[in-house]
Design a protein around this ligand. Structure first.
Ligand SMILES: Nc1ncnc2c1ncn2[C@@H]1O[C@H](COP(=O)(O)OP(=O)(O)OP(=O)(O)O)[C@@H](O)[C@H]1O
Length: 197
């Protein structure tokens, strides 16, 4: 996720996932990828409009981010959502299949990345009017459990904050500054927070 003033691809630190080229069939290439990168633009806030901020990057179609001032500078992603897209739509297109996969036993991660105020909380948490990816995923997980009475499910939930390299458990006030260790028994080496388990 990212704000329109600073798409992930424009930062000097994070290289673009794919540089757009008319001659390459990116759809075919991307379908083989296990990791997909999606960009969501948020609209300018009223304060940004008052301050005369301008949009520097925009969504050109469903996969391209293009520079407003120099349209020949463009980056391609797996999916790009413009500022009028709803969180529900972002979820349906970019996240729901990960939830469905997880319910079938395929590990998956959905995470939001972006500069401050780019819309991570809005997208992941949301509010009553526009629930985010997390509540939508939990709702789907419970629906799938309900629709599959012949299988037993174990659902575990952690809610963690990583801030300035410090990991805190948001569900357990005692679980602050947790250490992260690798679980050697897990073949895919997932990171587990042992301190509170
Ligand atoms: N798609 C959107 N449509 C409308 N408003 C949005 C959208 N995305 C974000 N906003 C608004 O922009 C502001 C900043 O968004 P948000 O708090 O989600 O950013 P953040 O990335 O979580 O920031 P931080 O890293 O500082 O916590 C909020 O007021 C939020 O309501």
């Amino acid at each position: 996720m990212d704000g329109q003033s600073s798409p992930a691809s424009s930062s000097a630190r994070s290289k673009p996932q794919y540089f757009y080229s008319e001659s390459v069939n990116l759809d075919t290439e991307r379908s083989k990828e296990n990791v997909t990168v999606t960009v969501r633009f948020r609209p300018l806030s009223p304060r940004e409009i008052r301050q005369g901020e301008e949009i520097a990057w925009y969504a050109d179609g469903e996969t391209i981010v293009r520079n407003e001032h120099n349209p020949s500078i463009a980056y391609a992603y797996d999916r790009v959502f413009g500022p009028t897209t709803t969180t529900r739509h972002v979820y349906d297109v970019a996240a729901q299949h990960v939830v469905n996969g997880a319910m079938e036993g395929i590990n998956g991660t959905i995470f939001a990345y972006g500069v401050t105020s780019s819309g991570k909380t809005h997208t992941m948490h949301g509010d009553q009017r526009s629930p985010g990816i997390i509540p939508l995923a939990v709702k789907d997980a419970f629906s799938i459990i309900q629709e599959t009475p012949n299988r037993e499910f174990l659902l575990r939930v952690s809610y963690l904050e990583i801030y300035n390299e410090i990991v805190n458990d948001l569900l357990n006030p005692a679980g602050q500054n947790l250490r992260i260790r690798e679980d050697a028994q897990d073949t895919i080496n997932y990171l587990q927070l042992h301190d509170h388990l």
